[in-house]
Ligand binder design. Structure first.
Ligand code: A3P
Length: 258
């Protein structure tokens, strides 16, 4: 009974057109009225854009590269999600790789709706009917906001191409100044290979009834351009057309392959 309870899908509800967990919707006014203190740091990512990756990078910087300190708890506890509004319980990544990653995540995460076939999921995703809402709204919204507030806008693809350079940006944003050797260590420790083996980041502590990693591992591929293995030529053309319309008027430019 416990297992089936654990594996039960979370209840979802729309708020202002965005599909969210019921627990989030129930606490919406409280979440919406959140005011950051001057030294608060919020990580705002679209699902599957590399949340866990940037969380680990930020903690490694915060702890001055001390690996043991970063082992003190699983990542979900070190960086709780604000929208879950209970203890303990979001970089941008290009839309096509996010869609692929999210599809596989919904296949293995029994708390989330079954994604259906890839063709079905393609429609769900472009219509923004996934939990946490539309990729387009998320990315456009934060991109427009970035110069008005103290926001560091990061791209997954940039971290992948030149991790040291991007980690240095995060470090400066956090007001930290770490030695070259510490930086190199952080680059190494936050690599996909290391984080895939790290029980504090790879979700291996989550029960199989919730996340079945035999269906698809949480640390799945960690690459740029896996969408090419999923999108048909027709889907790709259609997607590009929709993308142009939805993203019209923004200057944002995504790297789709390395
Ligand atoms: P894939 O499914 O494409 O492999 P989130 O943490 O927001 O759920 O994002 C998960 C995605 O980030 C997964 O993508 C995962 O493999 C990738 N990821 C996690 N850690 C990473 C790392 N250190 N380097 C590159 N990609 C990483």
């Amino acid at each position: 009974a416990l297992t089936s309870e654990l594996g039960k899908q979370i209840k979802l509800k729309e708020v202002e057109g965005t599909l969210l967990q019921l627990a989030t919707v129930d606490n919406w006014s409280q979440i919406q009225s959140f005011e950051a203190k001057p030294d608060d740091l919020l990580i705002c990512t679209y699902p599957k854009a590399g949340t866990t990756w940037i969380q680990e990078i930020v903690d490694m910087i915060e702890q001055n590269g001390d690996v043991e300190k970063c082992q003190r708890a699983i990542i979900q506890q070190r960086h709780p999600f604000i929208e879950w509004a209970r203890p303990p319980q979001p970089s941008a990544r290009n839309a096509k790789d996010c869609m692929v990653s999210y599809y596989h995540f919904q296949r293995m995460n029994h708390k989330l709706p079954d994604p259906g076939t890839w063709e079905e999921y393609f429609e769900t995703f472009i219509n923004g009917k996934v939990v946490w809402g539309s990729w387009f709204d998320h990315v456009k919204g934060w991109w427009e906001m970035k110069d008005r507030y103290q926001i560091l806008f990061l791209f997954y693809e940039d971290i992948k191409r030149d991790p040291k350079h991007e980690i240095q940006k995060v470090m400066k944003f956090m007001g930290k100044n770490l030695d070259e050797t510490v930086l190199d260590k952080i680059v190494q420790e936050t690599s996909f290979e290391k984080m895939k083996e790290n029980p504090m980041t790879n979700r291996s502590t989550v029960s199989k009834s919730i996340m079945d990693q035999s269906i698809s591992p949480f640390m799945r591929k960690g690459t740029v351009g896996d969408w090419k293995n999923h999108f048909t030529v027709a889907q790709n053309e259609r997607f590009d057309e929709i993308y142009r319309k939805k993203m019209e008027g923004t200057s944002i430019n995504f790297c789709m392959e390395l």
